[in-house]
Design a protein around this ligand. Structure first.
Ligand code: COA
Length: 347
């Protein structure tokens, strides 16, 4: 290939620019690696210092308790008693401060995440990535909700094949399993998801697994339509839940407030109550459908031709789901109502 002299000098200039850029990239990357090492060292020293302080504060709390118990013999002055009360108050505040700090420090995974992912760090180190992960979790649920809705509709009204049902149940097993992993990561990153909602997804994984193994037969066919219609309804409720949960997420983020709601979030509170009042009847209807499923299966279990263990197992699982969901939802609403009352009193 022949170069014209001017063409070649342009190439040369271009190459020199690229060389300079490459040097710059190398320097930046070196700096980046150095900073990463510094960050890791800072994380270790911060975590270590917090652990040491926690241990010492615990020892100090015990000593203060002893001082108070032996008060008549050690004869503490009223100033000393005040000083002890002050120290105890500060110790409690410090525990909260440490929890806030730890939200941005890597921590060891719980048993479930260690079993599933191994000992990999899943702590997200800034608020933006925590928000993005939660947002992605909600979107993941939405996409799967739409897929599950279409799938259950197809099985319910269009095609009746055991193999297709098995595929549907397999998708449910995978979906709930994935939710438990994502929720464990969210909890590691400071989400306040109640233990029951995570357990509910473990139970749903189990239930879908049992449905998957239920062999084709008269009893399976007896329950099939009710189960698929219930799945359709659940997808619909999940869609409403998505609207509510993502609305909460965006509004709280816009307020810059996460866990310490105060009076500045009045607008949020009223939006939340409107959302909840709309959502709750649908949720409760779903819970009673779970109870109805449990009773239907229990009645099937009493039939003389019932040989499948899946019937009793699903009946028990639906009963536990009903009780857990119903009472936890009542508890959440009561807790929110009481918080609201407290805030109104403080105005
Ligand atoms: N699944 C996953 N996460 C949930 C959840 C659920 N069912 N309910 C609440 N959370 C999360 C919230 O997103 C929030 O997360 P964050 O700390 O990361 O912001 C945290 O838990 C605390 O939420 P909380 O304020 O207690 O409740 P809420 O106002 O977000 O939602 C309900 C309240 C009642 C609407 C919600 O719990 C719910 O939909 N429950 C019913 C679920 C159900 O019964 N499903 C079966 C239907 S048939």
């Amino acid at each position: 290939m022949l170069f014209s002299p001017s063409g070649f000098s342009e190439c040369l200039r271009e190459w020199e620019d690229l060389e300079r850029d490459y040097q710059h990239i190398q320097d930046t990357h070196r700096l980046y690696k150095q900073k990463l090492e510094e960050v890791t060292k800072l994380q270790d020293s911060c975590s270590g210092a917090i652990a040491r302080q926690r241990k010492k504060l615990k020892e100090l709390t015990v000593s203060l308790e002893e001082c108070k118990e032996n008060h008549p013999t050690t004869k503490l002055s009223p100033e000393d008693v005040d000083a002890i009360a002050g120290m105890e108050g500060s110790i409690r505040e410090r525990a909260d401060a440490f929890s806030e700090m730890e939200a941005f420090l890597p921590k060891k995974n719980g048993l479930y995440l260690t079993l599933v992912l191994g000992n990999v760090n899943v702590t997200l180190l800034n608020k933006l990535s925590k928000f993005a992960y939660k947002d992605e979790y909600e979107k993941f649920k939405l996409i799967l909700t739409v897929i599950l809705f279409v799938f259950s509709f197809t099985c319910r009204f269009l095609f009746s094949y055991r193999a297709l049902d098995a595929l549907f149940n397999f998708l449910l097993v995978w979906y709930y399993c994935t939710l438990t992993i994502r929720e464990s990561i969210l909890i590691t990153n400071g989400s306040r998801i109640k233990g029951w909602w995570v357990f509910q997804h473990y139970l749903s994984t189990f239930l879908s697994g049992v449905m998957l193994t239920w062999p084709e037969g008269a009893l399976y066919q007896m329950f099939r339509n009710q189960f698929l219609t219930y799945c359709l309804y659940q997808s619909f409720v999940q869609f409403l839940q998505y609207y509510y949960q993502s609305g909460c997420l965006y509004r709280l983020r816009a307020l810059g407030e996460r866990h310490n709601m105060d009076l500045t979030v009045e607008g949020f509170q009223s939006w939340m109550w409107r959302g909840l009042t709309f959502l709750l009847p649908f949720l409760f209807f779903g819970h009673f459908w779970q109870l109805y499923n449990s009773i239907t299966l229990f009645k099937m279990f009493q039939l003389p031709e019932c040989k499948e263990w899946q019937v009793a197992m699903c009946s028990c699982s639906y009963m536990v789901l009903f009780m857990g969901n119903f009472f936890t939802t009542l508890g959440v609403v009561y807790q929110k109502y009481m918080n609201n009352q407290d805030k109104s009193k403080n105005v």
